[in-house]
Design a protein around this ligand. Structure first.
Ligand code: IPM
Ligand code: MG
Length: 355
Protein backbone atom coordinates (compact mmCIF):
# COMPACT_ATOMS: atom_id res chain seq x y z
CA UNK A 1 0.00 0.00 0.00
CA UNK A 2 1.33 3.36 -0.99
CA UNK A 3 0.26 6.37 1.03
CA UNK A 4 0.73 9.93 -0.19
CA UNK A 5 1.39 12.02 2.91
CA UNK A 6 0.39 15.67 2.45
CA UNK A 7 0.99 17.59 5.69
CA UNK A 8 -0.04 21.01 4.34
CA UNK A 9 0.06 24.15 6.49
CA UNK A 10 -0.22 25.42 10.04
CA UNK A 11 -0.57 22.54 12.48
CA UNK A 12 -0.75 20.12 9.51
CA UNK A 13 2.87 18.90 9.74
CA UNK A 14 2.68 18.39 13.55
CA UNK A 15 -0.50 16.35 13.55
CA UNK A 16 0.41 14.33 10.46
CA UNK A 17 3.74 13.43 12.06
CA UNK A 18 1.81 11.74 14.90
CA UNK A 19 -0.33 9.70 12.51
CA UNK A 20 2.83 8.71 10.62
CA UNK A 21 4.32 7.44 13.90
CA UNK A 22 1.31 5.16 14.24
CA UNK A 23 1.69 3.93 10.65
CA UNK A 24 5.41 3.35 11.23
CA UNK A 25 4.55 1.00 14.10
CA UNK A 26 2.35 -1.03 11.78
CA UNK A 27 5.13 -1.11 9.23
CA UNK A 28 7.73 -2.38 11.69
CA UNK A 29 5.25 -5.12 12.55
CA UNK A 30 5.29 -6.16 8.90
CA UNK A 31 2.57 -4.14 7.15
CA UNK A 32 3.63 -3.39 3.58
CA UNK A 33 3.39 0.38 3.69
CA UNK A 34 5.19 2.90 1.60
CA UNK A 35 4.88 6.58 2.47
CA UNK A 36 5.89 9.57 0.41
CA UNK A 37 5.47 13.18 1.46
CA UNK A 38 4.56 16.12 -0.82
CA UNK A 39 3.48 19.73 -0.34
CA UNK A 40 -0.08 21.00 -0.73
CA UNK A 41 -1.88 24.26 0.07
CA UNK A 42 0.33 27.13 1.15
CA UNK A 43 3.27 24.73 1.32
CA UNK A 44 2.61 23.85 -2.34
CA UNK A 45 2.50 27.51 -3.25
CA UNK A 46 5.77 28.14 -1.41
CA UNK A 47 7.48 25.15 -3.03
CA UNK A 48 6.14 25.35 -6.57
CA UNK A 49 3.90 28.42 -6.90
CA UNK A 50 0.81 26.19 -6.97
CA UNK A 51 -1.40 25.04 -4.06
CA UNK A 52 -1.61 21.66 -5.82
CA UNK A 53 1.73 21.13 -7.57
CA UNK A 54 1.66 18.67 -10.50
CA UNK A 55 4.09 16.37 -8.71
CA UNK A 56 1.80 16.26 -5.67
CA UNK A 57 -1.25 15.45 -7.77
CA UNK A 58 0.70 12.76 -9.61
CA UNK A 59 1.81 11.19 -6.34
CA UNK A 60 -1.76 11.29 -4.99
CA UNK A 61 -3.08 9.65 -8.16
CA UNK A 62 -0.55 6.85 -7.97
CA UNK A 63 -1.03 6.24 -4.26
CA UNK A 64 -3.64 3.88 -2.82
CA UNK A 65 -4.62 6.49 -0.26
CA UNK A 66 -3.84 10.04 0.75
CA UNK A 67 -3.25 11.25 4.31
CA UNK A 68 -3.75 15.00 4.58
CA UNK A 69 -3.19 17.47 7.43
CA UNK A 70 -4.77 20.85 6.81
CA UNK A 71 -4.31 23.80 4.48
CA UNK A 72 -4.47 27.57 4.78
CA UNK A 73 -2.90 30.46 6.64
CA UNK A 74 -3.21 34.23 6.91
CA UNK A 75 -0.05 34.79 4.85
CA UNK A 76 -1.85 33.36 1.82
CA UNK A 77 -5.14 35.25 2.16
CA UNK A 78 -4.14 38.03 -0.20
CA UNK A 79 -3.18 35.70 -3.08
CA UNK A 80 -5.32 35.46 -6.20
CA UNK A 81 -8.12 33.00 -5.60
CA UNK A 82 -6.70 30.18 -7.81
CA UNK A 83 -3.44 30.32 -5.86
CA UNK A 84 -4.97 30.11 -2.40
CA UNK A 85 -4.39 27.00 -0.29
CA UNK A 86 -8.10 26.07 -0.14
CA UNK A 87 -8.16 25.85 -3.91
CA UNK A 88 -5.50 23.13 -3.76
CA UNK A 89 -7.71 21.12 -1.43
CA UNK A 90 -10.81 21.57 -3.58
CA UNK A 91 -8.86 20.62 -6.70
CA UNK A 92 -7.42 17.42 -5.28
CA UNK A 93 -10.92 16.38 -4.15
CA UNK A 94 -12.25 17.04 -7.65
CA UNK A 95 -9.27 15.56 -9.55
CA UNK A 96 -9.43 12.32 -7.56
CA UNK A 97 -13.24 12.25 -7.83
CA UNK A 98 -13.63 12.01 -4.04
CA UNK A 99 -17.35 12.65 -4.03
CA UNK A 100 -18.34 10.89 -0.81
CA UNK A 101 -17.13 12.56 2.37
CA UNK A 102 -17.74 10.60 5.55
CA UNK A 103 -17.66 12.61 8.75
CA UNK A 104 -18.45 10.59 11.85
CA UNK A 105 -19.27 12.41 15.10
CA UNK A 106 -18.71 10.17 18.05
CA UNK A 107 -18.60 11.10 21.70
CA UNK A 108 -16.06 9.34 23.87
CA UNK A 109 -17.84 9.09 27.25
CA UNK A 110 -14.88 10.67 29.08
CA UNK A 111 -15.16 13.77 26.90
CA UNK A 112 -18.80 14.50 27.66
CA UNK A 113 -17.75 17.36 29.93
CA UNK A 114 -15.57 18.87 27.17
CA UNK A 115 -18.62 19.40 24.98
CA UNK A 116 -20.37 22.75 25.25
CA UNK A 117 -23.67 20.85 25.43
CA UNK A 118 -25.13 19.14 28.48
CA UNK A 119 -23.75 15.61 28.98
CA UNK A 120 -27.24 14.04 28.76
CA UNK A 121 -27.78 15.66 25.34
CA UNK A 122 -24.57 14.24 23.87
CA UNK A 123 -23.70 11.10 25.83
CA UNK A 124 -23.78 8.03 23.62
CA UNK A 125 -23.72 10.13 20.47
CA UNK A 126 -22.72 8.23 17.32
CA UNK A 127 -23.73 9.84 14.09
CA UNK A 128 -22.36 9.81 10.57
CA UNK A 129 -22.61 12.73 8.15
CA UNK A 130 -22.20 11.80 4.49
CA UNK A 131 -21.36 15.01 2.68
CA UNK A 132 -21.28 15.19 -1.11
CA UNK A 133 -17.87 16.69 -1.86
CA UNK A 134 -17.34 17.45 -5.55
CA UNK A 135 -20.47 19.31 -6.61
CA UNK A 136 -22.87 22.00 -5.43
CA UNK A 137 -22.16 25.71 -5.13
CA UNK A 138 -18.50 24.84 -4.51
CA UNK A 139 -17.98 23.90 -8.15
CA UNK A 140 -21.06 25.10 -10.07
CA UNK A 141 -20.59 27.38 -13.06
CA UNK A 142 -21.01 30.26 -13.71
CA UNK A 143 -19.32 31.91 -10.78
CA UNK A 144 -17.55 35.19 -10.33
CA UNK A 145 -17.55 38.83 -9.37
CA UNK A 146 -18.46 41.35 -12.09
CA UNK A 147 -19.97 44.76 -12.60
CA UNK A 148 -23.67 44.92 -13.41
CA UNK A 149 -25.64 48.17 -13.54
CA UNK A 150 -22.71 50.10 -12.19
CA UNK A 151 -22.07 47.97 -9.11
CA UNK A 152 -20.20 44.78 -8.35
CA UNK A 153 -22.16 41.59 -7.98
CA UNK A 154 -20.84 38.28 -6.71
CA UNK A 155 -22.49 35.06 -7.89
CA UNK A 156 -22.19 31.28 -7.61
CA UNK A 157 -24.27 28.46 -8.97
CA UNK A 158 -25.79 25.74 -6.84
CA UNK A 159 -25.97 22.78 -9.18
CA UNK A 160 -26.39 19.02 -8.91
CA UNK A 161 -26.73 16.53 -11.75
CA UNK A 162 -28.96 13.63 -10.80
CA UNK A 163 -26.08 11.19 -11.34
CA UNK A 164 -24.08 13.08 -8.70
CA UNK A 165 -26.93 12.84 -6.21
CA UNK A 166 -27.53 9.19 -7.03
CA UNK A 167 -23.98 8.01 -6.44
CA UNK A 168 -23.67 9.73 -3.06
CA UNK A 169 -27.14 8.45 -2.16
CA UNK A 170 -25.95 4.87 -2.76
CA UNK A 171 -22.93 5.43 -0.52
CA UNK A 172 -25.12 6.92 2.22
CA UNK A 173 -27.75 4.17 2.05
CA UNK A 174 -24.96 1.58 2.13
CA UNK A 175 -23.51 3.15 5.27
CA UNK A 176 -26.94 3.48 6.91
CA UNK A 177 -27.48 -0.25 6.22
CA UNK A 178 -24.38 -1.05 8.29
CA UNK A 179 -25.44 1.33 11.05
CA UNK A 180 -28.91 2.03 12.49
CA UNK A 181 -30.77 1.80 9.15
CA UNK A 182 -31.98 5.39 9.48
CA UNK A 183 -31.01 7.97 6.87
CA UNK A 184 -31.95 11.63 7.06
CA UNK A 185 -31.49 13.59 3.84
CA UNK A 186 -30.92 17.28 4.54
CA UNK A 187 -31.92 19.85 1.93
CA UNK A 188 -33.63 23.19 1.40
CA UNK A 189 -36.31 21.91 -0.94
CA UNK A 190 -38.82 24.51 0.24
CA UNK A 191 -36.76 27.20 -1.50
CA UNK A 192 -34.20 25.70 -3.90
CA UNK A 193 -34.85 23.76 -7.14
CA UNK A 194 -31.46 22.14 -6.71
CA UNK A 195 -32.69 20.67 -3.42
CA UNK A 196 -36.00 19.67 -4.97
CA UNK A 197 -34.13 17.43 -7.42
CA UNK A 198 -31.86 16.18 -4.63
CA UNK A 199 -34.89 15.06 -2.64
CA UNK A 200 -36.55 13.38 -5.63
CA UNK A 201 -33.42 11.36 -6.38
CA UNK A 202 -33.05 10.35 -2.72
CA UNK A 203 -36.58 8.99 -2.80
CA UNK A 204 -35.89 7.10 -6.06
CA UNK A 205 -32.72 5.51 -4.67
CA UNK A 206 -34.48 4.60 -1.41
CA UNK A 207 -36.49 1.99 -3.36
CA UNK A 208 -33.27 -0.07 -3.58
CA UNK A 209 -32.92 -0.02 0.20
CA UNK A 210 -36.27 -1.03 1.66
CA UNK A 211 -34.66 -1.76 5.04
CA UNK A 212 -33.50 1.83 5.52
CA UNK A 213 -35.95 4.41 6.85
CA UNK A 214 -35.43 7.58 4.82
CA UNK A 215 -36.50 10.93 6.22
CA UNK A 216 -36.03 14.50 4.98
CA UNK A 217 -35.21 17.63 6.89
CA UNK A 218 -34.62 21.25 5.89
CA UNK A 219 -31.11 22.39 6.64
CA UNK A 220 -32.15 25.18 9.03
CA UNK A 221 -34.16 22.74 11.10
CA UNK A 222 -31.32 20.19 10.92
CA UNK A 223 -28.92 22.77 12.35
CA UNK A 224 -31.31 23.31 15.24
CA UNK A 225 -32.02 19.61 15.79
CA UNK A 226 -28.29 18.80 15.87
CA UNK A 227 -27.92 21.09 18.86
CA UNK A 228 -31.31 20.32 20.46
CA UNK A 229 -31.44 16.52 20.23
CA UNK A 230 -28.52 15.13 18.21
CA UNK A 231 -29.13 11.51 19.15
CA UNK A 232 -32.25 11.40 16.95
CA UNK A 233 -29.86 11.07 13.99
CA UNK A 234 -28.08 7.95 12.80
CA UNK A 235 -26.84 8.76 9.28
CA UNK A 236 -27.25 12.12 7.55
CA UNK A 237 -26.71 12.69 3.82
CA UNK A 238 -26.45 16.17 2.41
CA UNK A 239 -24.87 18.38 -0.24
CA UNK A 240 -21.46 20.00 -0.17
CA UNK A 241 -22.22 23.37 1.43
CA UNK A 242 -24.83 22.15 3.91
CA UNK A 243 -22.51 19.31 4.88
CA UNK A 244 -19.62 21.70 5.40
CA UNK A 245 -21.66 23.73 7.86
CA UNK A 246 -23.48 20.89 9.64
CA UNK A 247 -20.31 18.86 10.14
CA UNK A 248 -18.62 21.73 11.96
CA UNK A 249 -21.68 22.06 14.18
CA UNK A 250 -21.73 18.30 14.80
CA UNK A 251 -18.06 18.32 15.75
CA UNK A 252 -18.75 20.35 18.86
CA UNK A 253 -21.09 17.63 20.08
CA UNK A 254 -18.06 15.40 20.44
CA UNK A 255 -16.16 17.78 22.66
CA UNK A 256 -13.77 19.28 20.18
CA UNK A 257 -13.33 19.69 16.47
CA UNK A 258 -9.87 18.26 17.18
CA UNK A 259 -11.39 14.81 17.60
CA UNK A 260 -13.13 14.33 14.26
CA UNK A 261 -11.61 12.42 11.34
CA UNK A 262 -12.96 12.16 7.81
CA UNK A 263 -12.75 9.98 4.75
CA UNK A 264 -13.30 11.23 1.21
CA UNK A 265 -13.90 8.34 -1.15
CA UNK A 266 -14.20 7.73 -4.85
CA UNK A 267 -16.22 5.02 -6.59
CA UNK A 268 -13.61 2.36 -5.75
CA UNK A 269 -13.09 3.34 -2.12
CA UNK A 270 -9.77 4.94 -2.85
CA UNK A 271 -9.64 7.83 -0.48
CA UNK A 272 -8.17 10.85 1.11
CA UNK A 273 -8.19 10.94 4.89
CA UNK A 274 -8.01 14.14 6.88
CA UNK A 275 -9.13 15.70 10.14
CA UNK A 276 -12.14 17.94 9.61
CA UNK A 277 -10.52 20.87 11.42
CA UNK A 278 -8.37 23.50 9.74
CA UNK A 279 -4.75 24.55 9.94
CA UNK A 280 -5.17 26.55 13.20
CA UNK A 281 -2.38 29.07 12.44
CA UNK A 282 -2.74 30.56 15.94
CA UNK A 283 -1.30 27.43 17.58
CA UNK A 284 0.90 26.18 14.72
CA UNK A 285 4.44 25.21 15.68
CA UNK A 286 3.61 25.19 19.39
CA UNK A 287 3.26 21.41 19.71
CA UNK A 288 -0.15 21.80 21.33
CA UNK A 289 -2.59 20.71 18.60
CA UNK A 290 -4.74 17.63 19.03
CA UNK A 291 -3.43 14.87 16.72
CA UNK A 292 -6.28 12.44 17.48
CA UNK A 293 -8.48 13.46 14.54
CA UNK A 294 -5.57 12.75 12.18
CA UNK A 295 -4.74 9.44 13.86
CA UNK A 296 -8.43 8.50 13.65
CA UNK A 297 -8.31 9.46 9.97
CA UNK A 298 -5.56 6.86 9.52
CA UNK A 299 -7.94 4.37 11.17
CA UNK A 300 -10.59 5.31 8.59
CA UNK A 301 -8.00 4.66 5.87
CA UNK A 302 -7.67 1.11 7.14
CA UNK A 303 -11.43 0.71 7.43
CA UNK A 304 -12.48 2.06 4.05
CA UNK A 305 -9.58 1.87 1.61
CA UNK A 306 -7.53 -1.05 2.93
CA UNK A 307 -10.66 -2.91 4.16
CA UNK A 308 -8.63 -4.01 7.19
CA UNK A 309 -11.20 -3.60 9.93
CA UNK A 310 -9.07 -5.27 12.59
CA UNK A 311 -6.31 -2.68 12.23
CA UNK A 312 -8.86 0.14 12.08
CA UNK A 313 -10.39 -1.10 15.35
CA UNK A 314 -6.95 -1.44 16.85
CA UNK A 315 -6.02 2.20 16.13
CA UNK A 316 -9.40 3.41 17.41
CA UNK A 317 -9.02 1.35 20.58
CA UNK A 318 -5.56 2.82 21.17
CA UNK A 319 -7.12 6.31 20.98
CA UNK A 320 -9.88 5.24 23.38
CA UNK A 321 -7.23 3.96 25.73
CA UNK A 322 -5.25 7.20 25.92
CA UNK A 323 -8.49 9.10 26.49
CA UNK A 324 -9.43 6.75 29.31
CA UNK A 325 -5.93 7.15 30.76
CA UNK A 326 -6.82 10.82 31.18
CA UNK A 327 -4.42 12.28 28.63
CA UNK A 328 -5.71 15.46 26.98
CA UNK A 329 -4.41 18.07 24.59
CA UNK A 330 -5.46 21.56 25.62
CA UNK A 331 -8.59 21.66 23.42
CA UNK A 332 -10.16 18.78 25.37
CA UNK A 333 -8.51 19.39 28.72
CA UNK A 334 -10.74 19.65 31.79
CA UNK A 335 -9.93 19.86 35.50
CA UNK A 336 -8.50 16.59 36.83
CA UNK A 337 -7.05 15.36 33.53
CA UNK A 338 -3.45 15.49 32.34
CA UNK A 339 -2.54 18.07 29.74
CA UNK A 340 -0.11 16.74 27.12
CA UNK A 341 1.50 18.11 23.98
CA UNK A 342 0.74 17.02 20.43
CA UNK A 343 3.82 14.79 20.21
CA UNK A 344 3.26 13.30 23.70
CA UNK A 345 -0.27 12.41 22.64
CA UNK A 346 1.13 10.70 19.54
CA UNK A 347 3.64 8.78 21.67
CA UNK A 348 0.88 7.69 24.02
CA UNK A 349 -1.19 6.31 21.13
CA UNK A 350 1.87 4.45 19.82
CA UNK A 351 2.39 2.94 23.27
CA UNK A 352 -1.28 2.00 23.61
CA UNK A 353 -1.13 0.37 20.20
CA UNK A 354 1.72 -1.89 21.30
CA UNK A 355 0.12 -2.98 24.56
C1 IPM B 1 -13.75 21.42 5.12
C2 IPM B 1 -13.16 22.80 4.95
C3 IPM B 1 -12.99 23.10 3.47
C4 IPM B 1 -14.36 23.06 2.82
C5 IPM B 1 -12.27 24.42 3.16
C6 IPM B 1 -10.92 24.51 3.83
C7 IPM B 1 -12.13 24.66 1.68
O1 IPM B 1 -13.96 23.74 5.60
O2 IPM B 1 -13.11 20.45 4.67
O3 IPM B 1 -14.83 21.31 5.70
O4 IPM B 1 -15.08 24.07 2.83
O5 IPM B 1 -14.74 22.00 2.31
MG1 MG C 1 -15.55 22.93 6.74
Amino acid sequence: MKIAVLPGDGIGPEIVAQAVKVLEVLRTEGAKLEMETAPIGGAGYDAAGDPLPDTTLKLAREADAVLLGAVGGPQYDALDRPLRPERGLLRIRKELNLFANLRPALLYPELASASSLKPEVVSGLDLMIVRELTGDVYFGQPRGIEVRNGERVGFNTMLYAESEVRRVAHVAFGIAMKRGKKLCSVDKANVLECSELWKEVMIEVSKDYPDVALSHMYVDNAAMQLIRAPKQFDTIVTGNIFGDILSDAASMLSGSIGMLPSASLDENNKGMFEPIHGSAPDIAGKNMANPLATILSAAMMYRYTFADLATADRIENAVKKVISQGLRTSDIWTEGTQKVSCSKMGDAVVKALAS
